[in-house]
Design a binder for this molecule. Structure first.
Ligand code: C2O
Length: 484
């Protein structure tokens, strides 16, 4: 069933004609909220809530349905498109990462997966729960217990009491990521040619930091592109989806209105009957307004309730030209090599006007660090922390230190990062603006250069010592002002 059939009934407009154009979306919002279709409004108001799994008892019907759904899908032959293996293969073959199709692609993937869960269990009201790693840093208990539990995955490299590091999932880090008003910096970059690429042309912070690091840290299936074989995958991505909702809807930041994004048709998924579907990206923006809602997941979020009619109209009308335009690049002198636990210092010459520009009050001016050609060890067991203007930074420096600017991580399977065809090495974007502004308020920053410290930190101390001696080579480190 098309996602918006209820809405289409309300307006008498076909899905095709109104959901592919931003202008038509505005019209849809207007006619929808003034047109009086009580049944539809009711249906939207009562849309299912995706809940935080930490708030559910082990025998909660939501957990039971999820378990039963996974067991039922695992029992299907892989030739069946709604089987567990076939679903994971979609990801293995197609998932766009490190580009701005990352969020909508995974959102649609989850929606159809949720419908398959309903179908195979007969639980028509099931809503996928999420794993809030900010407030519960260990993999939730329903996912442990050995091979008899369909939610268990024996390939994980972490145990039930291991905790995700606060530098990827902690409240202050997530809040900082949510504070980036640029779609590109939040949701990853426009890929070359405007088409989804399988790997890494420009990781934004949500993808590079909590997303990649959770994959790499859990390891095993989760560390590779077959990650949906681990049932925790879907809970992890549902949390990311919730944070996108918070950034986009609650915090009122605009997605890009680039038509290569809004009008792109996602065609990799099948519905609950195993039939292929085609979803324009702009539809996925409406999913959390029309089809499901979330229990609050962001650190500073309170339950805002449903959008009012005028808020929805505003939301539908907006969408901004949010591609980043970079000023002249300021580059470090050569490739940078980060060895496990040893900080490397990089000093980048800068000019005062550029710095003044990003220290000013116009939030559209950002200072962006671009780390390009990130060459990883054969099996990556480290992530990278970035500090600004802190010459004595070490792996022990607290991430609550005001000089902490962010971190990025990778899948532990290097194949998943380096491009299946070996075409290019990944690129990461780190927004340094808020850290720079904080330091400036606290007493000023040098105006002729920006000093960075990069530290490769091992994922977890349980793993063998040789895995900690890892080298990451970064071909180019470039700093620039960017405007969106
Ligand atoms: Cu497409 Cu988290 O993976």
């Amino acid at each position: 069933m098309p996602m918006n059939s209820a809405a289409a009934q309300c307006t008498g407009v076909s899905r095709r004609s109104f959901l592919t154009q931003a202008s038509a979306l505005a019209a849809f919002g207007l006619s929808f909220w003034t047109g009086g279709c009580e049944g539809c409004l009711q249906q939207i108001k009562n849309r299912p809530t995706r809940r935080n799994i930490a708030n559910l008892a082990a025998n909660d019907p939501i957990v039971t349905t999820y378990k039963n759904a996974v067991a039922a899908m695992k029992a299907l032959p892989s030739s069946n498109p709604i089987s567990w293996v076939a679903q994971a293969n979609i990801h293995f073959n197609k998932c766009p990462h490190g580009c701005w199709f990352f969020l909508p692609w995974h959102r649609a993937y989850l929606l159809y997966f949720e419908r398959i869960c309903r179908k195979v269990t007969g639980d028509a009201t099931f809503a996928l729960p999420y794993w809030n790693w900010t407030t519960s840093a260990s993999i939730p208990s329903p996912f442990w217990g050995g091979a008899s539990n369909p939610l268990y995955d024996s390939t994980r490299m972490v145990g039930p009491s291991d905790q995700a590091d606060p530098s990827w999932v902690g409240a202050s880090v997530i809040q900082n990521i949510l504070s980036t008003p640029s779609f590109t910096l939040f949701a990853s970059d426009k890929p070359p040619g405007g088409l989804p690429t399988h790997t890494g042309s420009g990781y934004g912070e949500l993808e590079a930091t909590p997303h990649n690091n959770i994959h790499g840290w859990i390891g095993g299936d989760m560390g590779a592109f077959h990650s949906p074989l681990d049932p925790i995958f879907w809970m992890h991505h549902n949390m990311l989806d919730c944070l996108w909702v918070d950034w986009n809807i609650n915090l009122n930041n605009a997605n890009t209105n680039d038509t290569s994004w809004t009008n792109y048709n996602l065609t990799d998924f099948v519905d609950e009957n195993g039939s292929p579907v085609s979803v324009p990206v702009i539809d996925t923006v409406l999913y959390p307004i029309l089809l499901y809602q979330f229990e609050p997941c962001a650190p500073a979020e309170t339950n805002k309730g449903a959008l009012t009619g005028s808020q929805l109209q505003k939301f539908l009308r907006e969408g901004a030209p949010s591609a980043l335009t970079f000023g002249p690049p300021h580059a470090a002198s050569g490739p940078v090599v980060a060895e496990g636990n040893k900080p490397v210092k990089v000093s980048i010459p800068m000019d005062a006007p550029t710095l003044q520009n990003v220290l000013g009050s116009d939030a559209h001016n950002r200072l962006v660090l671009t780390l390009d050609g990130v060459d990883l060890p054969a099996s990556a067991e480290v992530f990278v922390r970035v500090f600004l203007d802190k010459s004595d930074a070490s792996a022990e420096t607290s991430i609550d230190d005001p000089h902490y600017a962010g971190s990025f991580g990778v899948f532990s399977d290097p194949q998943a990062m380096a491009g299946m065809a070996g075409d290019h090495l990944p690129k990461f974007l780190v927004d340094l603006t808020s850290t720079l502004q904080k330091l400036n308020r606290a007493g000023g920053v040098p105006t002729d250069r920006v000093d960075l410290a990069l530290i490769a930190v091992p994922y977890n101390h349980r793993r063998s010592p040789e895995q900690h001696e890892q080298v990451i080579k970064i071909q180019s480190v470039v700093l620039g002002s960017a405007r969106f």
